[in-house]
Design a protein around this ligand. Structure first.
Ligand code: SF4
Length: 256
């Protein structure tokens, strides 16, 4: 089975030189498309009308539904981060978006307590046999949450922050090619920023840590919202293993 090739800084430099400045600028703007907007008025009180618009925005990107609730009802628990380590997820220590790099549940509780409102988005995961399809669905969660968070900031809630599911893989480090290599004994890939092989990520609009990675218990949080029907249990995979408890189907964006 072919091993996936990791791109080095030299490779990236050569590639960028060959492509030229226009390519670099284009790549940075690739997602989302650039839209010029007037400067926003910073809002300190969350307005229902804005929440409704954000839910519509997320639905337009592919979310099934959205619901706002008090940030006090978000449940935090350090056990969530332990779940990334036991049994060890292949994403563990793969980037700045996975434990042990992420905020602890205690740190996150302090942060959440500064917010009044959280917006929950329902985005069902894929249980397709192909990891390529599953990772694509995981990347879609990051796209929807990341863009809705940015939209919330444009609306005036400049400290909005969203959380997703699964390890960061927007740039394709978890491609089908890599999964095949890993399953036949290859190394787990790491984010080129994390390994200092690259100085920048071109996908920063979309990269957000999993809620689980910062100690947010989305199963209990969704229950508090009366949204149990939007939850998906961790997926059974080969060998009876359970994996991906970090893709519960419901994801939070702190609005503020
Ligand atoms: S380079 Fe960007 S998209 Fe790729 S793993 Fe790192 S942070 Fe995520």
């Amino acid at each position: 089975m072919a091993k996936s090739k990791r791109v080095t800084v030299e490779d990236a430099d050569k590639y960028m030189d060959k492509q030229g400045k226009e390519f670099v600028l284009k790549a940075r703007e690739v997602f989302p498309e650039r839209t010029d907007r007037p400067a926003v008025k910073i809002k300190t009180q969350v307005e229902q009308e804005d929440l409704d618009k954000l839910i519509d925005f997320a639905k337009g990107l592919g979310a099934k539904d959205g619901k706002a609730m008090s940030a006090k009802d978000v449940v935090t628990n350090e056990l969530m981060r332990l779940k990334c380590r036991i049994p060890t997820c292949w994403g563990y220590q793969s980037s700045f978006f996975c434990p042990p790099e992420t905020a602890t549940a205690e740190e996150m509780r302090d942060i959440i307590d500064d917010y009044d409102t959280v917006l929950l988005l329902s985005i069902p995961p894929s249980n397709d046999e192909s990891y390529a399809v599953r990772f694509e669905a995981m990347n879609k969660v990051k796209e929807i949450v990341g863009r809705t968070e940015v939209e919330s900031q444009y609306t005036g809630y400049i400290n909005s922050m969203g959380f997703t599911g699964g390890p960061c893989s927007i740039c394709g480090i978890y491609s089908q090619e890599w999964v095949d290599a890993f399953r036949s004994g290859g190394n787990a890939p790491q984010c080129p920023l994390y390994t200092k092989e690259s100085p920048l990520c071109l996908q920063y609009y979309r990269c957000r840590p999993a809620a689980q990675a910062v100690g947010i218990d989305m199963y209990m949080t969704a229950r508090n919202a009366g949204w149990e029907e939007h939850l998906y249990p961790p997926m059974p995979v080969q060998g009876g293993r359970i994996e991906w408890p970090c893709l519960p189907g419901v994801y939070p964006i702190l609005i503020g």
